[in-house]
Design a protein around this ligand. Structure first.
Ligand SMILES: [Zn+2]
Length: 237
């Protein structure tokens, strides 16, 4: 009870300094742990990111990326990686970066610090076991960060990653998703898409696949280099 009360008091203070919703979900908020939402602004490069996978449709997205020589970052849920280890490994084997998206796509808001820690750690352990390498990036489900995240991110060496633009591919048709993102291109942008749908098995991600088929050729044609988040964060020298 004491921990939760202390959390609520800190939460009220966070609200007072910058707006409660912003503290939890704002892309540049570091109230509950540091995160990035944009990479190097000096290069004509963009990072595509895919959350909530792997799913039965991830391979379709990999095929599109491969045919354009594009690299991306996949924030996988530990439970999905254990459910579909071959699909998960196909992503890292193709040279894409893997990030941690918790174990069960947990909404961390109003949870105990122990719960937050356990979700991130379980995700990390599962992904390291499946890929043979521990992720260095973390994206909070729903972009929601909470007490406990800062400490577990630091301990596991995880950089928090938000986004420059959301595709809203969970509800918009592929053409609209591609249009939104093409209108958000700028040096160092991080785009957020989804190759899964939270904890669903066999999710319908046709909107996402359609968006990727429209978006990737156009980006390449316009001269954007498609990099992983870690590549994008490296400043040009
Ligand atoms: Zn998610």
């Amino acid at each position: 009870m004491g921990g939760r009360d202390a959390g609520v008091i800190e939460w009220a203070a966070a609200g007072a300094i910058g707006g409660a919703a912003w503290a939890v979900r704002g892309r540049s908020s570091a109230v509950f742990g540091p995160s990035v939402w944009r990479g190097d602004r000096a290069r004509r490069a963009i990072a595509l990111t895919f959350d909530d996978g792997p799913s039965e449709s991830t391979a379709e997205i990999l095929r599109v990326l491969e045919s354009y020589g594009a690299k991306a970052t996949f924030f996988q849920c530990g439970a999905h990686a254990e459910r579909l280890p071959e699909e998960a490994r196909a992503v890292s084997a193709a040279g894409h970066e893997i990030g941690n998206h918790t174990y069960t796509h947990a909404r961390l808001w109003l949870r105990s610090a122990a719960y937050v820690r356990a979700e991130v750690e379980r995700g990390q352990v599962a992904l390291e076991r499946v890929h043979g390498r521990a992720p260095r990036l973390f994206r909070a489900p729903y972009g929601v960060r909470w007490f406990g995240l800062r400490e577990v991110q630091r301990r596991l060496g995880l950089t928090g990653v938000m986004w420059t633009a959301l595709g809203r591919d969970w509800k918009l048709p592929g053409e609209s998703v591609a249009g939104r993102l093409l209108g958000s291109c700028r040096n160092g942008a991080i785009f957020c898409l989804h190759d899964g749908r939270m904890m669903e098995a066999r999710p319908d991600v046709r909107n996402t696949v359609e968006a990727v088929k429209r978006l990737v050729p156009k980006l390449v044609e316009e001269g954007w280099k498609l990099e992983t988040v870690s590549q994008l964060l490296r400043a040009s020298t």
